[in-house]
Design a protein around this ligand. Structure first.
Ligand code: NDP
Ligand code: 2IT
Length: 453
């Protein structure tokens, strides 16, 4: 068995019942064989075994009172995975599916993603199995306060800086930051994704979606291609999907889909700014379901209980570019095959690990342009890093300045991935290997420098 397969086997044995975490570890380590040969110092220092073991795993009780006066109990998590190159950094996810293995996969991915951004950020992730859906603002506020009542003692602007993810947006960050400020009597950059009035950065809400589109545009440019007149399918209808679609419209593409966990809408006429604003108001203010779109725009079609990828497969929907922006493992091998059959040749992942390993194999075998999440969706955490910089400097940059920095970072990630792939013997277009290697090298070298700690 190869050295890294042994590391994977040991990780599997130590972490039973955590399939998503093992999937992420396998995906990264299987790209790193060439680094084992080139860097005997990594093996000597057991870097591969050390990098799959979090620095610290926190799990805690989160009790809160619902509107009927009943006391509810949820479980909170924060995985401080690796701070070799900067304070732990990564989002908080509130979703009923959250468990230790899911937070560990997200924290593990975050190590390499954050290294790719070139900003000084380590990897972390957290969240809860709390479901914000259908809860009143008061319930969400009481939950967030209770969550922060424990989390506050573990985080800090130079220690660990959480942000948003699924189910955690501006409202939740506001409640959590407000509570932290109250109990610590400190107004510091301890969270990112803050409101613009109290230390947030312009472009942070847009950053992940815009970044995924900038990354796709960079990949397309290597083949003298662009978004102009392309049919684009996007999944999700949340933060990442909304701003990905906004940027696609701006670049002349035609985006035809959104979905939520109830179903999918397809609008073959494509979204314009007015339709997009309807979706933004529906999701962000009214907190409604995506099927309401077809009541307002009856030319569109709603597919109950189906994901965008089910609809693309079952209805033979033609498309050129796909931007999966909902959740992990949403694209299986049948979806991947159907996408390619229907004309898709560029996939840029707004979500974290949205494609199952067999789907990724199909992308690589077919040599389509494929930007894996840790590279393609790094725009969000990049602008979080820029928010931390602005907080430290106690000033705020203009919209254009942040957007330009985001574009440059996405371009650099694209370039660094291609270069690392080539240097380590892969095809330049293999962004999977390139992103894993480029992200890993920086963290591994820092870990070696520290000795055995
Ligand atoms: P949001 O909560 O804003 O939106 C998530 C969207 O995806 C919702 O429309 C939601 O539908 C849908 N969704 C979630 N889970 C499922 C599911 N199991 N099946 C079908 N649909 C689902 O989250 P974000 O947009 O922030 O996050 C989306 C993805 O992007 C996640 O993978 C996240 O990790 C990743 N990401 C986010 C970043 C950020 O800055 N926010 C940065 C980098 C990556 P419903 O409302 O019905 O649940
Ligand atoms: O997955 C991610 O990169 C995020 N949810 C954003 C993390 C952050 O700290 O901004």
């Amino acid at each position: 068995m190869s050295y890294l397969k042994e590391v994977i086997a040991r990780t599997e044995e130590k972490n039973p019942s955590q399939p998503e975490f093992i999937q992420a570890v396998e995906e990264v380590l299987m790209s790193l064989e060439a680094t084992v040969d080139k860097h005997p110092e990594f093996v000597a220092a057991s870097i591969y075994d050390r990098i799959v073991e979090p620095d610290r795993q926190l799990m805690f009780r989160v009790p809160w009172t619902d509107d009927s006066g009943k006391v509810q109990v949820n479980r909170g998590f924060r995985i401080e995975f690796n701070n070799a190159i900067g304070p732990y950094k990564g989002g908080l996810r509130f979703h009923p599916s959250v468990n230790l293995g899911i937070i560990k996969f997200l924290g593990f991915e975050q190590i390499f993603k954050n290294a790719l951004t070139t900003l000084p950020m380590g990897g972390g992730k957290g969240g809860s199995d709390f479901d914000p859906k259908g809860k009143s603002d008061g319930e969400v506020m009481r939950f967030c306060y209770s969550f922060m009542r424990e989390l506050f003692r573990h985080i800090g602007p130079d220690t660990d800086v959480p942000a948003g993810d699924i189910g955690v947006g501006g409202r939740e960050i506001g409640y959590m930051f407000g509570y932290y400020k109250k109990i610590k009597n400190e107004h510091t950059g301890v969270l990112t994704g803050k409101g613009i009035e109290y230390g947030g950065s312009l472009i942070r809400p847009e950053a992940t979606g815009y970044g995924a589109v900038y990354f796709a545009a960079e990949m397309l440019a290597t083949r003298n291609d662009s978004f102009e007149n392309k049919i684009v399918v996007t999944s999700g209808a949340g933060n990442v999907a909304q701003f990905a679609v906004e940027k696609v419209i701006e670049l002349g593409g035609k985006n035809i889909s959104f979905c939520d966990s109830s179903g999918t809408i397809i609008d073959m006429d494509g979204f314009d700014t007015e339709k997009l604003h309807f979706v933004m108001d529906l999701k962000n203010n009214r907190r409604g379901r995506i099927k309401e779109y077809v009541e307002k725009y009856p030319n569109a079609k709603y597919y109950d209980g189906k994901s965008v990828w089910d609809v693309v497969r079952d209805e033979g929907i033609k498309c050129h570019i796909a931007l999966p922006s909902a959740t992990q493992n949403e694209i299986d091998e049948t979806h991947a095959e159907a996408l390619i059959k229907n004309g898709c040749y560029c996939i840029s992942e707004g979500a974290n690990m949205p494609s199952v390993p067999k789907a990724v194999d199909i992308y690589l075998e077919n040599k389509i342009l494929y930007g894996p999440g840790k590279a393609a969706n790094a725009g969000g955490v990049s602008v979080s890093g820029l928010e931390m910089s602005q907080n430290s400097l106690k000033l705020s940059w203009e919209r254009e300045e942040v957007d330009n920095r985001l574009k440059i970072i996405m371009k650099n990630i694209h370039e660094a991935s291609r270069n690392a792939a080539e240097v380590y013997g892969f095809d330049k277009d293999n962004y999977v290997a390139g992103a894993n290697i480029a992200g890993f090298l920086k963290v591994a070298k820092a870990m070696v420098a520290y000795g055995v700690v």
